[in-house]
Ligand binder design. Structure first.
Ligand SMILES: O=C(CO)[C@H](O)[C@H](O)COP(=O)(O)O
Length: 211
């Protein structure tokens, strides 16, 4: 199980500072959609340059023009690029093809997918690298989480790695670990804490113990 730090509400200098604090304990740094909207792919480029030993995920949440956007994120240094599960089949296949050309990986974010089981089976057949269940901020606000969805995709996904995101905190991490996703994505559960390094270290320890 890998741990991904999601950076959403920071600018580039703040992102660098945050990664410095927790770099020993995370496997992947996510440059979140709001950061890319504010700072562009320069954020991906600068983080990859400063932390070349970490994998960087560009959370583009691609919906269209997939091959082009995967190419641009790859050029900026992203190792993993996200596309939405609700995108057209052709877009997801195009993203996978371009990522393979560039030696990169594709994570499909299943946020907003209604027919989760059926769609997860389909996108798993497209050769994507990760399939991620995700409770976005708007559903977190009404008390939802992705544990049930994780169980659903774990049942049907045969090729891709499974991932989970959305509101995971230290106190909810044990039940996530028990469900054994390949990748656990944590944003505010680390970035919103007073002692980020200590929380990241504790999370990493719990994940290692759960393997
Ligand atoms: O992609 C995202 C929002 O769309 C976030 O990066 C993801 O939900 C993880 O952040 P948090 O743990 O704070 O929910």
């Amino acid at each position: 199980m890998e741990l991904q730090l999601a950076l959403d509400l920071v600018n580039i200098p703040e992102a660098k500072q945050l990664v410095k604090e927790v770099e020993e304990y995370v496997d992947i740094v996510e440059i979140g959609t709001p950061v890319i909207i504010n700072e562009g792919l320069r954020a991906v480029k600068e983080i990859k340059q400063e932390f070349p030993h970490l994998k960087v995920l560009a959370d583009l949440k691609i919906m269209d023009a997939a091959a082009y956007e995967v190419m641009k994120a790859s050029e900026a240094g992203a190792d993993i690029i996200t596309i939405l599960g609700v995108a057209e089949d052709l877009s997801i296949k195009g993203a996978v093809e371009e990522a393979k050309k560039q030696g990169k990986k594709i994570l499909v974010d299943m946020i907003g997918v209604k027919n989760l089981e059926e769609r997860a089976k389909e996108v798993d057949g497209f050769g994507v690298d990760y399939i991620c269940v995700h409770t976005g901020y708007d559903l977190q606000a009404v008390g939802k989480n992705s544990l049930e969805d994780l169980a659903t995709i774990k049942r049907v996904v045969k090729n891709a790695k499974t991932a989970i995101a959305g509101g995971i905190k230290l106190n909810t991490l044990p039940e996530v670990i028990k469900a054994k996703p390949d990748l656990i994505i944590v944003g505010g559960g680390i970035t919103g804490q007073e002692d980020k390094r200590a929380v990241a270290a504790e999370m990493k320890k719990m994940i290692q113990q759960g393997e």
